[in-house]
Design a protein around this ligand. Structure first.
Ligand code: ADP
Ligand code: ADP
Length: 239
């Protein structure tokens, strides 16, 4: 079944910068899809239109049976709970511990009584701890986030996204700031999450070889347009 569908999605930033032009594609539940393309192609804009961190200028975005662009503020909150996001620069809160960063990933948390008081339920702590254990961070749980390496920070970012039990993980250049060793660990975790938890992954990558190795499907973007949509097996890289 289709989880995400984009129809003629365009984004104009003002002036003549057309970051996206008539982007059409759909993603099935459980698929691992990479978006590849050069810097400035529109990959980041595309991911951010999906969860409305950026408003598309036109077109239709449907996610899990809902109209994303037409959703009210309240509906959008519910939609975002089902979409975890992972960023190139991790976006952790440095002064907080690793486990607190994960607990803060729950959208809407701050408006709950526990959130206002800065308390966590035991059950939520258990859930965060178990995600951190899966990601190999049990020993880092009570360290401040800024004491971790880049690769460890990104694993915290993954745990923070997973605590909402999302259906879709949007990953915006998650390995662009990491060395090859840390990159492999992150990609292996994302692949495991996709395979074992059934979570759909939509990931921006500029490293073509990595995309080819991990993806079920590749979407190539250039100058705001989809220029390729298909199997990684049909792409040759003799450079
Ligand atoms: P990518 O992620 O593939 O590098 P982006 O989505 O970041 O591409 O950018 C696509 C195009 O939109 C580029 O030409 C970029 O300069 C432009 N752009 C991105 N963000 C903004 C913004 N906030 N304001 C104006 N132009 C932007
Ligand atoms: P609230 O104010 O309802 O308690 P939060 O403070 O937890 O909500 O989150 C505020 C905003 O942060 C969200 O509405 C959203 O725009 C943004 N945000 C944080 N994490 C994510 C994410 N994983 N995906 C999309 N947006 C996010």
């Amino acid at each position: 079944t289709t989880l995400l569908e984009l129809k003629k999605v365009s984004k104009q930033y003002g002036g003549n910068t057309k970051a996206l032009s008539d982007v059409d594609f759909s993603v099935k539940e459980g698929e691992f899809v990479s978006i590849i393309g050069p810097s400035g192609a529109g990959k980041s804009t595309l991911l951010r239109c999906v969860n409305r961190m950026i408003e598309a200028s036109s077109g239709e975005i449907r996610f899990d049976g809902q109209d994303v662009r037409g959703s009210s503020k309240r509906e959008l909150k519910m939609i975002r709970r089902k979409m975890g996001m992972i960023f190139q620069h991790y976006n952790l809160v440095n002064r907080l511990s690793v486990i607190e960063n994960v607990l803060h990933g729950r959208l809407g948390y701050k408006s709950t009584l526990a959130g206002m008081l800065g308390l966590y339920l035991e059950e939520e702590k258990q859930q965060a701890a178990s995600l951190l254990q899966i990601l190999g961070l049990e020993e880092q749980m009570y360290k401040r986030a800024d004491q971790l390496s880049g690769g460890q920070k990104q694993r915290v970012g993954i745990a923070r996204a997973l605590i909402q039990s999302p259906k879709l993980l949007l990953c915006d250049e998650p390995i662009a700031s990491l060395d090859p060793n840390a990159s492999k660990i992150i990609m292996d975790h994302l692949k495991n999450i996709s395979t074992n938890m059934g979570i759909t992954v939509l990931i921006n990558l500029h490293q073509v070889e990595v995309a080819l190795k991990y993806s079920d499907r590749i979407i190539g973007v250039n100058k705001g347009r989809v220029v390729y949509d298909g199997s990684p097996d049909d792409i040759t890289t003799d450079q």
